[in-house]
Design a protein around this ligand. Structure first.
Ligand code: MG
Length: 158
């Protein structure tokens, strides 16, 4: 068994769609980044790569590479899973937390679990997603950005 953690933060700006966990969420702002800036999926990717000892998302998909401009992070997550499988692992479980002052994200939890499960070929009971605010403290509390943390546990299939 191997454990890995992932952490990411992206800035919120006007004129971008908000995509979290592969789900489009109605909101006045979206996350800024080279890809679709899906902060939750980036944390999941880094947790998986970390657990497999495969570095980080920036090593696999450099933001200097035009191929990854505005790419769906679901595509990146599926590629990461391919590399994790090649390395001989399967996922025992994922546990993630998203920090966002607004909007309320819990109505989208099930859709996020579904989309992550589809990208990873993983049952829903192995995926846990939590949401929190920072009680209006700091940059994220002012709505300047969103963050996400994820822990992944990998096991070797028998
Ligand atoms: Mg990122």
């Amino acid at each position: 068994m191997r454990v890995g953690m992932g952490y990411d933060v992206h800035r919120l700006v006007e004129g971008r769609p908000l995509i979290l966990g592969g789900v489009a969420i109605p909101f006045e702002k979206g996350l800024m980044g080279h890809s679709d800036a899906d902060v939750l999926l980036h944390a999941v990717c880094d947790a998986l790569l970390g657990a497999a000892g495969l570095g980080d998302i920036g090593m696999h998909f450099p933001d200097s590479d035009p191929r990854y401009k505005d790419i769906s992070s679901i595509t990146l997550l599926a590629k990461v899973m391919g590399r994790v499988r090649e390395a001989g692992y399967r996922i025992a479980n994922l546990d993630a937390v998203v920090t966002a002052q607004a909007p309320r994200l819990s109505p989208f939890r099930e859709a996020m679990v579904d989309s992550i499960g589809r990208a990873l070929g993983l049952e829903a009971h192995r995926i846990n997603i939590k949401f929190t605010t920072t009680e209006k403290l700091g940059a994220m509390g002012k709505g300047e950005g969103m963050g996400a943390l994820c822990v992944a546990l990998l096991e070797n299939p028998p």
